[in-house]
Structures are given as C-alpha cells and as structure tokens.
Design a binder for this molecule. Structure first.
Ligand code: UN1
Length: 495
C-alpha cells in the first residue's frame, strides 16, 4: 500500500480511498495508491508554503549538493528504478534505463548550475550607479507529470524547481505512480528537508484542478494533453499563476530522394515504435519523396513486422504494451478511423495477444499508407504504435505537409543536400528539428518544447527551464550620493 508524502510524513488520503494500478503487460496489480481529494492538496500546499522560507534561503550550492546526491542515488538504484518503471507503465528495459538516465543527467546539470546561477551586471545610463539582476524563486510549484517518462519528466520539473529554491507539490500520473513514489524516496534519502517536496497521488480532475485553483501555488508545470492543458491554463489564469505547458505532438519525419534510406529506416522505426509510440515526440507521420516512396514503404513494413513485442522485463523484447486498456482502445479507434477514411493498412491494425501477451494491452506496430493531410490519422495525436505515410512531390510540399498540423513539437528530415537541409530547418514550424536523426531523443541540457498548440511558449530542459521557475529581480545601486534622474539627468545624448 503506497502513501502520499506530506510535511515529511507518509500518509493515506484523508478520505481513505485508493486506486489500483495494473501492470499493462500482465494485467497484475502493481499496487494500491491514495485516491486523494482537494483536502490532501491543501495540506501539501500548507506544508510546502511553510518550508519555503528555509529552503529558499539555503545557499544554492547546498541545494545543488542535494541534487548531486539524488543523481548518485538514482545511478546506484538505476536498475531497480528501471524495473519498477517497466512494471508501472510497460516500456522495455532498454528504454526505462534511458529514462532514468535522463533524470540522472538532469540532476547533475542542476548540480553544476548551482555554482553558476548567473545574473547579469549591466551598465547604467548614469554615473556612479550600477545595475544587476538576480534570479529569485517563485514560491510553491505545482508539478503535474505524465506516465510516459515517469522518471525523466518528474526530474525535468522537480529538480530545476527545487534547485531554484521553490518548494513542490507533485502529482504524478495515475498510470505511473510507483516510479514517482520511488523518486520521492530517493529525494528524501538525498536529504531534502521536510515539507520541501510533497507527493499527492490521485485523479487529474480532483488533485490537478485543486493544484490549479490553490491561491498559494504560484507556478505550475504540466505535461499532458491539449484539452487538460487548456483547462489548467484557464483555471490558473484566473489567479495569474505562471503555467508552463508541454502538450501534444503530431511529429513528422521527411525522407528526401537523396537520403540514406537505411539510416532513415532505423530512424522511422525507432521514432514511431519506440515507447510503443507513446511519446509526445513520437514519429506519427513519415513524409516520403515520391522517388523513394514505394521502396521505403516496403523496407518499413518488413521491419515493422519483425519487431519483438512482449513484456519489457524480458531483455530480448523491443516493444512493450500500451499503458492501459483505455489507451489501447484509443489506438484501435484510430485504426478504424484510418480505414474508414480510405487509408491502406499496410501492417498491424490489431491487438497482439500471442503467448504471454494475452493479459496485457499489446498492439501490433501499425502502418497506414496512402494517407492524405486532411485525414484525422494525419492530424490528430494517437499516442500509440500507429504510423501514417504521406507521399509528396518535392521539398516544398514536404514542408507544407509537415507544418499542416495544430502541433509543433518535434520534426526530422533525412537528406544529404545541405542547402535543402537548411531551408527545411528555417521553414519547419517546430520547437525541435533533427537532421538525419529521428524525432525522438532530446537531450536534457537543451531546450525542449514546441510551438502552436504544443505549448504556451515555455521550454523545459537546459537553461531555459530555469526561466519557468524563477522571477527576475532587477537591482539598481546608486553610489553618487545625490538624486540622479534616469532619462532626465543622463549624460548620453544623440545628435
Ligand atoms: C515526451 O515524450 O514527453 O526526446 C518526452 C525524447 C525524450 C523525451 C520525450 N527524451 O523523445
């Protein structure tokens, strides 16, 4: 029986209710978790608010040391964390190890940042006066994370929030709660003081909304769907909370006629079927130049049919299940839609129930050809192992097609001509563009996020996420010992 962690104590939801998390590969129970209510959020926020003064005044390098310890503990427990994660949400071990590594890298980045958290010194327009800026923590951060990267994404959010001096109320997804619980245990072992981190398990409609409405939460970071992101932005906008939204994607991989096709094939398979297609960066469209279309589709289908599907704890498996029965039903619904829209099913298109897989929520790698930009399977995020193939005449059309979506997270172009590659980089509307690499695989020390309905202008990762979790304080120091009036007593005049 798992618990919430509030004010330094593990405790049940006050109402006593729980939910059961199932292993998506076996249908077995992972554990029972508190089904919390707004009253639990209130306690967590009160605890985080109380802890803010002490934590925000702790020297940054001391906070950084805790992040270093967290990174070291994650490294020491990497295998255990990866195995918990595979049972929690289904990704194969190779991938859950990578996910944990992304969290470790984020912790080490924060440790380095702690000793270089630079503000700026800026010349004044007046004599004997200096100006500078400081980063200041905002207060209590409400962090709402998804299930598809249950170690990396909570780390992307918690680590910069904490390093910056904020305290945290963390609500993990109901589909990956065991990984989140383990992460919080490691944070406690790393020495995070009481009240600084609080975890509340439960439903988005209850806990998530309570976070967005709570007057003592000052900043929210959310990764998830567009409808939920819009809802949270609407609620939190009423109290002018800062909110960083990381929402969906309908990412495309263009393959031009001069591309290295073997390389493009590896990229498309990894991008489309890695994590069972359940990444917001997943390749859900390949946009093929007509000259290589038929050959590439042939290569793609042959290889997709050979992907080894099964329980991720078995090292030989390449693709795990969908995260839940509900998620698999969504995939099946889109496959029906694709067929009705007139796309051709080139492979897959049904659940995978062979051998031990019958109790899990597996679905075969699925490829639709003959997809046109107006079809729903070309436009809507599916979040499953479904790839739509579109055929184009030239690069201009490929760019038009790749941009023809409400989203703008990741994008990829396989190409050799350097001029055309640079043209694509300039014209693609996306937060992330890869040349000769798949749409997935962002590194934690670079900005991560998208344009259009993928977000609201913020970026996670690297130095940019620190903008989300900090206010800027501008300080002027006048040592002239007289009143100097800016804009009036200035010595600079342009003739
Ligand atoms: C996500 O799917 O929400 O770039 C995050 C990638 C990973 C992160 C994905 N490093 O695919």
């Amino acid at each position: 029986m798992y618990k919430n962690y509030i004010n330094g104590k593990w405790q049940d939801a006050k109402c006593g209710k729980t939910f059961t998390k199932l292993n998506p590969a076996t249908g077995e129970e992972v554990g029972k978790f508190p089904l919390s209510e707004p009253e639990d959020v209130n306690d967590a926020v009160a605890s985080a608010k109380k802890a803010f003064k002490g934590w925000s005044r702790t020297p940054l390098p001391t906070r950084g040391d805790i992040m270093l310890k967290l990174g070291n503990l994650m490294l020491k427990n990497k295998e255990e964390l990866a195995r918990i994660e595979t049972q929690d949400m289904g990704k194969v071990l190779k991938e859950t190890r990578g996910d944990v590594q992304e969290g470790i890298d984020t912790a080490y980045y924060a440790f380095g940042e702690a000793r270089r958290f630079f503000g700026k010194t800026v010349p004044s327009e007046l004599p004997d006066k200096i100006c500078m800026t400081f980063h200041r923590p905002i207060g209590v951060a409400g962090l709402i994370s998804p299930w598809n990267f249950p170690a990396a994404i909570p780390c992307w959010k918690m680590i910069p929030a904490l390093l910056s001096g904020n305290t945290v109320v963390f609500k993990p997804s109901r589909e990956a709660p065991a990984t989140a619980a383990k992460l919080v245990e490691l944070l406690i072992e790393a020495g995070i003081p009481e009240g600084v981190v609080n975890i509340i398990h439960g439903a988005g409609t209850n806990v998530g909304e309570a976070i967005a409405t709570h007057p003592d939460i000052s900043v929210i970071s959310f990764t998830g769907s567009v409808p939920v992101g819009k809802r949270l932005a609407e609620i939190s906008g009423k109290s002018l909370k800062r909110i960083s939204l990381e929402l969906g994607g309908k990412n495309g991989q263009i393959v031009m006629d001069d591309a290295d096709l073997e390389l493009a094939l590896e990229g498309a398979l990894w991008g489309a079927f890695g994590t069972t297609g359940q990444r917001c960066t997943a390749t859900s469209r390949v946009i093929l130049h007509k000259a290589i279309h038929d050959k590439f589709v042939d290569m793609l289908v042959k290889r997709a049919n050979k992907i080894k599907i099964g329980y991720g704890l078995d090292e030989s498996m390449e693709m795990g299940p969908c995260v839940s029965e509900k998620q698999r039903d969504i995939v099946a619904k889109y496959v029906d839609i694709g067929k009705k829209e007139g796309a051709k099913l080139a492979c897959g298109g049904e659940p995978y129930t062979e051998g031990n897989c019958k109790n899990g929520f597996f679905y075969r790698p699925t490829i639709f050809t003959g997809v046109t930009p107006d079809m729903r399977i070309a436009k809507e995020e599916i979040f499953g192992p479904v790839l739509s193939v579109l055929k184009v005449n030239d690069l201009d059309e490929a760019i038009k097609v790749i941009n023809d979506t409400e989203y703008g997270l990741s994008s990829s172009v396989y190409i050799k001509d350097v001029n055309n590659a640079m043209k694509a980089v300039a014209e693609i509307e996306a937060g992330i563009t890869y040349i000769n690499a798949p749409t997935i695989g962002a590194e934690c020390h670079l900005p991560f996020g998208g344009v259009k309905n993928t977000g609201n202008g913020h970026r996670e990762g690297g130095w940019t996420v620190y903008e989300v979790f900090n206010e800027t304080q501008t300080v002027y120091i006048d040592y002239s010992a007289k009143l100097q009036r800016a804009q009036i007593d200035t010595t600079v005049t342009l003739k």
